[in-house]
Design a protein around this ligand. Structure first.
Ligand code: F7E
Length: 274
C-alpha cells in the first residue's frame, strides 16, 4: 500500500468520523462510501437511506466542525435523473430518482450543495454515469458478463443468464472518472459536474464484444431470463459532460470496446492463474 494507511469508519457513527478527521486533518475528502446497487436498494431501504443519505450529513457536519478548509467530494450518480425529462442529462436537468438508492443519493447531493452555500466549505458533487473496470463487483452487469465469458472460454461454465439485453447505459472506464473527481476538487470555485462518455450501448452490444474478444459468439451462450429484469428501468440515461470538458478540460479517454477488452483480458488471466 506504500504510504497509504487504512482506518475503518462507519457513516452511521458520527464519533468515529469526527475522531478520524481530528487525527488525520485531511486536505481532500472523497466520499465514495455506501451501498451501490440501485436494484438491490429496494430490499434494504432504511439501511441505504441511513448510509447513502443521512451518513453524508454526518460526514459533512464533521467536516464543517473539524476540517472546514478541507475539500469535499460527494459521489453522486446518474441515478439522480431516474426517468429523465431531457436527453442527454446535464447539471441543470431536473432530478427524478426512481429507487431508494437514487433517492438517498439525491438527499446527499442537495446537502452537499447547501453546505457549500451555507457554510462556505469547498464541497461539491460529481454526478457520475456508470463507470466500470476489472475491479467491478460481479453483481453489476459488465463484470458478470466478462467473468462468465472467460469461464465459458475455459470450459468452466456453459451459459450466461442475463436480464434485459436491450437495456442501454452510458458506460465509461473508472480510471478516467477518478481523474475527473480529482480535477473537480482542484478547481476553484467548488462546483458540481456531470461525468460520462455521452454515448450509450446496450447490454447486448457489451456481450457481443466481450465474447468476440474470446473468439466466441454470444448468441450461443447468452440466455435472457425474466428473473433478472428490473420492474422499473431508467430510460435514456446519457451524459452531457460538456461543462466538465469546458471547465476542467476532462473527457473520457478509454473507448467502449477498449473497456470491454480490458475487463475480459483481466478475467481470463485471473481464471488461468488459479
Ligand atoms: O445494470 C441491465 C440492468 O447493475 C446496468 C452502479 O454503479 O451505475 C450502476 O448501477 C444495466 C441495467 O448497474 C442484467 O437492467 C441486464 O439496465 O450494472 P448494473 P446500474 O444499476 O446501472 C449507477 C450509475 C450507479 O450509481 C450504481 O452505483 O444492465 N442488466 N441484465 C443487468 N444488470 C445486472 N446487474 N444483472 C443482469 O443480469
Amino acid at each position: 500500500l506504500g504510504d497509504m494507511s487504512i482506518i475503518k469508519g462507519d457513516l452511521r457513527e458520527s464519533e468515529g468520523l469526527l475522531a478520524c478527521l481530528e487525527e488525520h486533518q485531511p486536505d481532500e475528502i472523497y466520499n465514495l462510501a455506501g451501498p451501490s446497487s440501485p436494484a438491490a436498494s429496494w430490499d434494504e431501504v432504511a439501511m441505504v437511506g441511513d448510509i447513502a443519505g443521512l451518513g453524508v450529513g454526518r460526514l459533512l457536519d464533521a467536516v464543517r466542525n473539524v476540517t472546514p478548509k478541507a475539500r469535499f467530494y460527494q459521489a453522486s450518480s446518474s441515478e439522480l435523473f431516474g426517468n429523465p425529462v431531457e436527453v442527454p442529462q446535464r447539471e441543470t436537468t431536473p432530478f427524478q430518482p426512481r429507487n431508494p438508492y437514487g433517492i438517498s443519493k439525491l438527499y446527499a447531493h442537495w446537502l452537499t450543495v447547501r453546505y457549500r452555500e451555507r457554510y462556505g466549505i469547498h464541497a461539491l458533487s460529481g454526478i457520475l454515469f456508470n463507470h466500470e473496470s476489472p475491479r467491478r463487483g460481479d453483481i453489476f452487469v459488465t463484470r458478470k458478463i466478462t467473468r462468465r465469458a472467460a469461464e465459458i472460454k475455459l470450459g468452466l461454465a456453459a451459459e450466461l443468464r442475463l436480464g434485459n439485453l436491450d437495456a442501454r447505459r452510458d458506460w465509461g472506464y473508472a480510471g478516467d472518472y477518478v481523474l475527473a473527481m480529482w480535477l473537480m476538487l482542484q478547481h476553484q470555485p467548488a462546483d458540481d459536474f456531470v461525468i460520462g462518455t455521452g454515448v450509450t450501448h446496450s447490454v447486448r452490444e457489451f456481450c457481443e464484444l466481450a465474447f468476440a474478444r474470446l473468439d466466441l459468439d454470444y448468441r450461443d451462450y447468452v440466455v435472457q431470463d425474466e428473473a433478472y429484469f428490473r420492474p422499473v428501468e431508467p430510460a435514456q440515461l446519457v451524459a452531457d459532460s460538456s461543462k466538465a470538458q469546458r471547465v476542467l478540460g476532462w473527457q473520457a479517454e478509454v473507448s467502449f470496446s477498449e473497456l470491454v477488452y480490458r475487463m475480459v483480458d483481466v478475467d481470463l488471466k485471473l481464471l488461468q492463474n488459479v
